[in-house]
Design a protein around this ligand. Structure first.
Ligand code: B12
Ligand code: SF4
Ligand code: SF4
Length: 244
């Protein structure tokens, strides 16, 4: 249902950014993990039922950047590659457009749908959102967390997430049966930690404020592109384009 619309929208996207095939996964709105998220992140994190009273399913999707975008950011040792910054801006826009399109199609079939924007919807003090796409994506079985604190999907972690809450029932996607982060599965890697330019990322934690300061610093270098708070040097390891 929403998967073909998503694939078509990404295939036809009028962007400079190349993409790989998007991924879609589903979770029951009644999954107990949604209640757990409120405990992990805070009571301000919405339950699907607070997003949409008729909520039955949470649809999570991931739009992976093309390999060349990943390589470009890897090759820029000191700076963030301009193509990566463009990908950030274009993909945020694309996600909002896709959600709007899916909403219209579903509403024409009598199905209700709501979506939260891909980013810039977080509290700048504690750096958490009221709707965390990576958290709902893990409930939907779209991937596993890496040492980099990002969600690693079968298409890697270099890309962006969107999600929607809908009133139609869709069978949940099974969760992955293994870890996609090489450090968690084999006990070695740490590309992400070793390539973080600020030291914000450690094996056992992320200093979110230090990371955010870096993102705002980079935003200052790409003001012509719009708000471009990026870095992502921790998203370029062996888990960038697939499970490590
Ligand atoms: C606030 C925010 C930030 C903050 C805080 C980062 C963070 N780790 O949360 C700052 C400004 C530092 C930041 C930085 C970045 N961000 Co950011 N950010 C967000 C935002 C707006 C909210 C995330 C949030 O609420 N985090 C709080 C909690 C959820 O995160 P956490 O503390 O890491 O969670 C841990 C635990 O709480 C627990 N957990 C969390 N959820 C759940 C759920 C269950 C069921 C369980 C059991 C456990 C569990 O496990 C996690 C790992 O240990 C989302 C967009 C959105 N609205 O979802 C994007 C988002 C998370 N960011 C994203 C990206 C790409 C980045 C950057 C690479 C910057 C960039 N664009 O270049 C860096 C990466 C930093 C890093 N290594 O994590 C992507 C993530 C893509 C991915 N593959 O995971 C998102 C999802 C945006 C998107 N639409 O795709 N970001
Ligand atoms: S770079 Fe290596 S250690 Fe870091 S998240 Fe990816 S696979 Fe895990
Ligand atoms: S986005 Fe940059 S500063 Fe933040 S944790 Fe990743 S590599 Fe470090």
């Amino acid at each position: 249902m929403s998967a073909p619309i998503l694939k078509q929208a990404v295939a036809q996207a009028e962007t400079v950014t190349p993409y790989r095939e998007p991924l879609v996964a589903f979770a029951s709105a009644g999954d107990h993990l949604f209640t757990q998220i409120e405990t992990i992140i805070g009571p301000h994190h919405l339950h699907p039922g607070e997003m949409l009273p008729e909520a039955k399913t949470v649809v999570a999707f991931f739009i992976p950047f093309g390999e060349e975008v990943v390589k470009a950011n890897r090759n820029e040792r000191e700076k963030v590659a301009r193509v990566w910054s463009i990908a950030y801006v274009e993909t945020n826009r694309l996600i909002s457009e896709i959600c709007e399109r899916v909403k219209q199609v579903l509403e024409a079939q009598g199905i209700k749908a709501v979506a939260e924007r891909p980013t810039h919807n977080f509290n700048e003090k504690d750096l958490t959102a009221g709707w965390s796409h990576k958290s709902v994506a893990i409930v939907a079985g779209l991937g596993t967390f890496g040492v980099n604190r990002m969600l690693i999907t079968p298409a890697g972690c270099a890309g962006r997430f969107g999600s929607m809450v809908i009133s139609a029932e869709i069978p949940p996607t099974p969760r992955p049966g293994r870890e996609f982060c090489r450090y968690y599965s084999e006990g070695q890697c740490l590309y992400c930690v070793n390539n973080c330019p600020t030291g914000a990322l450690k094996v056992d934690g992320l200093d979110k404020q230090t990371c955010y300061r870096r993102l705002l610093e980079v935003a200052g270098q790409f003001t012509d592109l719009g708000l471009c708070d990026v870095c992502s040097k921790c998203a370029l390891g062996p888990c960038a384009t697939g499970p490590a």
